[in-house]
Design a protein. Structure first.
Ligand code: GLY
Ligand code: MN
Ligand code: MN
Length: 435
């Protein structure tokens, strides 16, 4: 991402905050996986969005209108010995030279410097509740200023930074959509590899390996734990064990997306382990596909956030009725939410730097209007658990979801994952290549 894009975002946020506000954004902490081994470091999404800075133990401070610089960074100092072990650090010099900070200081100096910056502000924009330790430090700085009231001034309010910043993050710029397209492209290629590698007897984790290899060789990584769910494992929505054998005659549901340059894709396909849908599998699959298409068509500027979900619910209810899985009158079934035992999640979520990205779904108590720049998933599904009573045996143990990534544009919904087949013919053709 271009440095000017980060500068533009900081300017926009600072204009919203105003000259008597200050924003403070600490980095995400490192997390221990076991003893002295850490999890892969994941920068804080908000801090990264505004700075591109990806090191732990850093704090960005935005002070709109400050004459001696508005964008300040606190970060780890250069350290030959530590860098020998852990890799290079930008240091305060690098924060200025490479990340366009107006000024930067060693993190160790924050107690001396930050109170002076807080003192000139009325409102502190900050996200409480993410780091209890940093919350405490911030309150201590403010309390110290308060206790010296005669000689200093303390901000009177701590304001949730999320409202302003997450509204900005909801609307993707052109460079962001470019990265999201690339993220979807990598994920689609990985899904293709998994479809081609699939055959009866293969283990779920072997298909997972296709994703890991494709993601890493393209400089990406998993955006979330991949779900590789054969047969009735697909009825467990968050199945991630991925350790079962894929059986002839079953379907396999794969929900896997990558994080590329910090932007997520989130794609699900469901396909036959042996490459050919059975009649009942195809019938149920086409209900989900119709729901996916109807919901995608409803993901257009001017519609409400809930319109795609309503469209999916209607198609799923209609399809379940047609197949005899539900009985009764369509209108009554819709009114009663009869689909819920078979479709128990929502049709989508915002997508961006976080896979379940930030942004309000309601404004003033009403579903918000879809606007160009928003990116969301469309992911209807039908899950019929093996123990479900009152449903014919042929349907039991089947779980199907079809998930696409959709950008709302002026010209209508743009499906970023459209090149990966989701229709039965397209999937069967893809799976037959080279077999
Ligand atoms: N992969 C998580 C989701 O589909 O929301
Ligand atoms: Mn998903
Ligand atoms: Mn999703």
């Amino acid at each position: 991402m271009n440095a000017s894009e980060y500068a533009r975002r900081r300017r926009e946020l600072m204009d919203l905050i105003g000259a008597d506000g200050i924003a403070v954004l600490p980095a995400a902490g490192e997390r221990v996986r076991s003893r002295d081994t850490l999890f892969d470091y994941r920068p804080d999404s908000d801090l990264f969005y505004l700075t591109g800075f990806a090191e732990p133990e850093s704090v960005a401070v935005l002070v709109p209108g400050r004459r001696h610089g508005e964008f300040l960074m606190f970060c780890r100092e250069r350290d030959r010995e530590r860098e020998l072990w852990d890799g290079s650090r930008a240091g305060p010099e690098g924060a200025v030279a490479q990340y366009a900070a107006d000024d930067a200081f060693p993190l160790a100096d924050i107690d001396d410097i930050l109170p002076g910056l807080l003192e000139r502000s009325e409102r502190v924009y900050y996200s409480m509740g993410i780091s209890a330790e940093f919350d405490q430090r911030l309150l201590t700085w403010i309390n110290t200023l308060n206790s010296k009231r005669q000689s200093s001034h303390a901000p009177s309010e701590i304001v949730a930074l999320d409202h302003l910043l997450h509204e900005m993050r909801l609307f993707k710029s052109r460079p962001e959509t470019g990265l999201m397209r690339q993220s979807a492209r990598i994920a689609m290629d990985a899904h293709r590899r998994a479809m081609r590698a699939c055959e009866p007897g293969v283990m779920e984790f072997e298909l997972e390996a296709e994703f890991l290899h494709e993601f890493r060789r393209r400089g990406a990584q998993c955006a979330y734990l991949p779900i590789i769910a054969g047969g009735s494992n697909a009825c467990t929505l968050h199945y991630t064990a991925n350790d079962a054998r894929l059986e002839d005659g079953d379907l396999v549901l794969i929900d896997a997306g990558c994080e590329y340059e910090m932007y997520a894709s989130d794609i699900t396909r469901t396909f036959p382990v042996n490459g050919k849908f059975s009649e009942p599998q195809a019938e149920l699959y086409n209900v989900v596909l119709e729901a996916n298409k109807a919901a995608t068509a409803a993901a257009r500027s001017g519609n409400h956030w809930n319109d795609p979900h309503d469209a999916a619910v209607k198609e799923i209810t209609r399809g379940l009725l047609r197949l005899g899985i539900l009985e009764g009158k369509l209108q009554t079934l819709l009114k009663d939410g009869a689909y819920r035992p078979f479709f128990m999640h929502r049709t989508g979520h915002w997508l961006g730097i976080d896979v379940h990205d930030v942004g309000d779904y309601k404004v003033a108590g009403q579903w918000r209007v879809l606007e160009p720049g928003m990116v969301m998933t469309i992911e209807p599904g039908i899950y019929i658990r093996p123990e479900t009573r009152g449903v014919a045996k042929q349907w039991r143990g089947i779980g199907i979801r079809i998930e696409d990534d959709v950008a709302i544009t002026r010209k209508g919904p743009k499906v970023l994952s459209a090149d990966l087949p989701s229709d039965i013919d397209g999937i069967e053709r893809l799976m037959s290549v080279g077999k």
